[in-house]
Design a protein around this ligand. Sequence first.
Ligand code: FE
Ligand code: FE
Ligand code: ZN
Length: 279
Amino acid sequence: MDSLTIGSHISSAKGYEAMGKTAVSMDADTFAFFTRNPRGGKAKEIKPQDVEKYKEIAQRYHFGKIVAHAPYTMNACAAKEDLREFAKNTMKDDLERMEYIPGNYYNLHPGSHVGQGAQTGIVKIAEILNQVLDPKWGTTVLLETMAGKGTEVGKTFEELRQIMDLTECKERLGVCLDTCHVWDGGYDIVHDLDGVVQEFDRVIGLEHLKAIHLNDSQNLMGSHKDRHAKIGEGQIGLEALSAVTRHPAFRHLPFILETPNDEAGWAQEIRILRERAAS
Ligand code: FE
Ligand code: FE
Ligand code: ZN
């Protein structure tokens, strides 16, 4: 018996029941999906019947928590106020829609400061979170660790900690660690996973870590590139990524593959990682 909770990013185009079936077909027991077109735009209408069918599947196959992903176009620390307004409204709308499936996660990229400086970015992000987060939501919002491409905020554990410190509704806020991003950000999860885990615990606190994006990276540690690779085909490698799934600090969390793959490829990655986690 292995206890790994793992799945991949799945297209939400055909609705919830279809996502559940796709997950089952890949032997996944969690998954991620975009709440709307990743480039923005209006979200599709949710059909309660479709959600009910999904819930039956999730229960029957003992799914863990699933991890919705906010659109990439959301920038809570944009220089232009109308873009921040868009980010706020999108977040609120998504959280309202997530109420159909309460108890899960909503993952977002904190934002890009576009030259205003990380400190200004951090304050602006927390400001939006304070306008959106509310104990009434059944969803926990996860800030993703970022690679530091361009002017991304959240490339260090310290930056995420600062956002969290400025956020009032802490019970609805957590962190999602992306293995490609932290590697690209300069955290050596290949040679010193324990050290990175300790650093995360010291700066943020492991109790705030809620999900893992499990990706290999095309680039070297500290490259700040954010180019995902298939598991075992990048610079991190299968050995180190498998160690992430087995680490006592992580192994109870949902693992989401965001590798450049198709369903057959994800099914294979899931099989390999499950085998390694069990042995
Ligand atoms: Fe992401
Ligand atoms: Fe990610
Ligand atoms: Zn990425």
